[in-house]
Structures are given as C-alpha cells and as structure tokens.
Design a protein around this ligand. Structure first.
Ligand code: NAP
Length: 265
C-alpha cells in the first residue's frame, strides 16, 4: 500500500509547492538492485525510496548510510548529492515524529512495549530508544525479539531494551506501559487480530500506536480509543516517513496537509 500511496502523496506535494520533480514507481529485480541504485546519479535522479524486499540489499551500493538505517539494516530513502548516494531510514522519524507530536518530551524514562520484531518494530524500537523509553520487545518468534533487543542495546548509547517471550506477558505488564506499539502484520486484512491481552488492557494515559495502516482505524486502535487511550495510526507514521524523505530530497519542509489529503482521496 505504501508502494502505491507514495507516488500520489509526493507528486501532490511537488505540485503544491511548484517544484519541478516527479515521483515514479519503478519495479526492480532482486539481481539488478546494484545496477539500479548506481544508475540513479547517471540518470539525474535527486533521490529514491526503496521498498520491501530491497531495503537491505541496497546498502552495499551506497556511499554513506546514516545511523538509523545502519542499525535497522534497512534503507527506505536515498538522496543523490553530486555523484554520492546517501541512505536513510525515515521510518524511524515517522514513528518518532508521531510520538513527539502527541506526547512532547514526556516519554523519557517511561516504559514502552513493542509487539513485533520485523522492520516496523526495528523502526519503533530505534525511535523509542532515542526518546529514552525503557523498552520491552515481545514477538511470536522469541529469537527475533531477543535479536532486536540486543541490536538496540548494542547500537543506541544508554538504551534500556529487554525482550520477553510473548506467552509470559501479563495484563499487568500491558497496564503499566506508557506506550504500546503493534508492529506486527496483525490487523491487516486477512492476517488475524492483535491479541486481546493488548487491546483489553490499555486505558487513558497510555499512547497506543499501530504501524498497520488502513482506510480507517484498525480494530486494535478502535478498541484502545474506546478504552480512553491516545492513539497514533499507521497512516501518521507513513506520512511522517514520507515528509522526512521529501525534506531530504528537496531541502524544504513537506506540505503535510497536502500529502494527507492526497492519501485520503
Ligand atoms: P516484517 O518485517 O515481515 O515483520 C512482521 C512482524 O509481524 C514479525 O514480528 C512477525 O512475527 C509478526 N507477525 C506476522 N504474522 C504474525 C502472526 N500471525 N502472529 C503474530 N505475529 C505475527 O513486516 P514489517 O515490515 O515489520 O511490517 C509489519 C506491519 O507494519 C505491516 O502491517 C506493515 O504494513 C506495517 N508497516 C507500516 C509502516 C508505516 O509507515 N505505517 C512502515 C512499515 C511497516 P515473527 O517474527 O514471529 O514472524
């Protein structure tokens, strides 16, 4: 979905600001990732987004990779500066910006729970650890949670990131969090539901974040909102990562409302 929304929202933003850029979706075969990336400068591109499954594969072909992208082992945005290619992971800023907009600087030292250990969870873990939250990662496959916790602990100075096997998580564990994140595919059409343990134990005073984007609130967010929690949806994260990419390419602040309207249309 991000794949199909990005041209729409970036082209609307370029048009609104009268910028002479165009965003085109270009499918690339796995065995041609290197050739495609190295060709960006020769073809006069200002930058690119990279989507699944190439986010990790592009890294060896870039001249520089920023800290978040290196730690996440995933680049979603490339800028071309002269002939040099820089890689970024703006999903981290998508999560961080959404949380700061809602909670300001009140999250430092607060407990946060991340459900999931894939790409979205890495972005959430990096954002939350940079906001100095005390993190717990739970995941269906415990080894992936353990790996993510180790990566954050080793990569982010001062980070406090642990992991727990999902079956060990209690109602009390969920209730005592300040932030609860669903970073799994659960809640997407046909993917099953976020466990009731999470949805049924959040309440007012907590921030509930769902990386899954849908045309309306996900079932998890609707349940959390009904229980009084402050909610952040996946579309806000998507717009945040797009806005950060837009600024990297153009050097200008993104027209967020234009982008939001383009997605809603
Ligand atoms: P991913 O790297 O494939 O990771 C998927 C995660 O979901 C893993 O933790 C996986 O657990 C878990 N999972 C999948 N099916 C499950 C199930 N039946 N029960 C329990 N856990 C399950 O995918 P991703 O890139 O992180 O994407 C995750 C979600 O975030 C997707 O809905 C994606 O669209 C969304 N997303 C949103 C944005 C945004 O801008 N809003 C950006 C990126 C991703 P295992 O490790 O056990 O397989």
């Amino acid at each position: 979905m991000s794949h199909s929304l990005s041209p729409r929202l970036h082209n609307a933003a370029f048009a609104a600001l009268g910028l002479d850029y165009v965003y085109v979706p270009l499918p690339v075969r796995a065995d041609e990732v290197g050739a495609a990336v190295r060709g960006l400068a020769a073809l006069g591109f200002s930058g690119a987004n990279v989507t699944i499954p190439h986010k990790g594969a592009v890294v060896p072909f870039l001249d520089e990779v920023d800290d978040d992208a290196r730690l996440a082992a995933a680049v979603n945005t490339i800028t071309v500066v002269g002939r040099r290619l820089h890689g970024y992971n703006t999903d981290v800023e998508g999560v961080r910006g959404a949380l700061v907009a809602i909670a300001g600087d009140t999250l430092a030292g607060e407990p946060a729970l991340i459900f999931g250990a894939g790409g979205a969870a890495r972005a959430a873990a990096l954002a939350l650890s940079r906001l100095r939250c005390r993190l717990t990662v739970v995941n269906r496959t415990p080894a992936a949670a353990e790996h993510l916790a180790a990566l954050i602990t080793a990569g982010v100075p001062g980070a406090d990131c642990r992991w727990r096997p999902l079956p060990d998580l209690t109602e009390q564990d969920v209730r005592r969090q300040r932030v609860v994140v669903n970073a799994t595919a659960l809640g997407m059409a046909g993917q099953g539901k976020v466990p009731a343990l999470l949805a049924d134990n959040v309440s007012a005073g907590q921030v509930v974040f769902d990386a899954v984007y849908a045309s309306g609130p996900t079932e998890f967010l609707a349940a959390a909102q009904a229980r009084g929690a402050t909610v952040v949806d996946g579309l806000t994260m998507l717009l945040g990562q797009a806005a950060a990419a837009f600024s990297l390419w153009t050097g200008m602040p993104a027209p967020l409302e234009v982008m939001r309207d383009a997605v809603r249309r």
